[in-house]
Ligand binder design. Structure first.
Ligand code: ZN
Ligand code: ZN
Length: 254
């Protein structure tokens, strides 16, 4: 791996972006600049971390880059939305941490790839509102009902920033690690060429499964274990067939 030339290429983007300003992406006309790049060895493998400033709010988004992605086509890409309770605290209310860890592991096993970590906590409603939504769920409302009760849409996430980040990294096209066709559609709407999709399977662990079953019986939800359950925050659906996770990577065109 030509680490030093990759590092130099990414560091050049900091200088390039110093005065960057464009018409912006999406309804919010969001514009981002790359402001810092550093090596980040992780328990999942070697990455570079790229820090982005944006003109809309004070949120500091990052990209985790494995290998060389600039100028490349079909770059395996995972778009992850921040979940403090899951990613950091290990919450079992969702499977965000499993999705994050499996994403980083998978990317580091490939020649190159990237994970965009978006600071849109709790499907975009923010951490404190997510906790309030959890409180409502504790009283029997489901995720969607709880968000609506707090005056939010079911999903407030916006992928304009992700689209600009991909553009800033000079990635020509991506293959998205996702089970969520809506994510593909949203990125395409923002002008990103999604050349394929890599299924992102999360096999449930024993605790996860117990939690889902408890939720089903407690809240009276009709949750069939024949079909994937819908979990909060990351809208990718968990796939209950654990054997699928062991299978080879498949990419699908279109
Ligand atoms: Zn811009
Ligand atoms: Zn989560």
């Amino acid at each position: 791996m030509s680490d030093s030339s990759d590092d130099a290429a990414l560091s050049d983007l900091v200088a390039r972006d110093r005065e960057h300003e464009c018409d912006g992406f999406g309804r919010g006309k969001v514009c981002v600049r790359i402001v810092g790049v550093a090596r980040l060895p992780t328990r999942f493998g070697m990455f570079r971390i790229v820090g982005f400033w944006n003109n809309r709010d004070g949120k500091e988004h990052v990209a985790m880059i494995h290998g060389d992605v600039g100028g490349r086509e079909r770059v395996p890409t995972r778009v992850h939305s921040e979940c403090l309770t899951g990613d950091v605290m290990g919450s079992l209310r969702c499977d965000c941490r499993d999705q994050l860890e499996q994403g980083l592991k998978k990317l580091s096993s490939l020649e190159f790839g990237m994970l965009l970590y978006l600071r849109q906590e709790g499907r975009g409603i923010g951490l404190l509102n997510k906790i309030r939504a959890y409180a409502l769920q504790d009283r029997g409302l489901d995720t969607v009902e709880a968000n609506l009760a707090l005056g939010f849409r079911d999903d407030e996430r916006d992928y304009a920033i992700a689209a600009h980040m991909i553009h800033s990294l000079e990635v020509k096209s991506i293959e998205l690690l996702t089970n969520n066709p809506d994510k593909v559609a949203q990125l395409r709407e923002h002008g990103i060429e999604v050349a394929g999709r890599i299924p992102h399977f999360i096999p449930p662990n024993a605790i996860n499964q117990a939690y889902l079953q408890t939720k089903a019986s407690r809240s009276g939800h009709l949750m069939s274990f024949e079909t994937p359950p819908h979990l909060p925050e990351q809208s990718d659906e968990a796939v209950m067939d654990a054997s699928a996770a062991a299978g080879p990577l498949e990419t699908q065109g279109g």
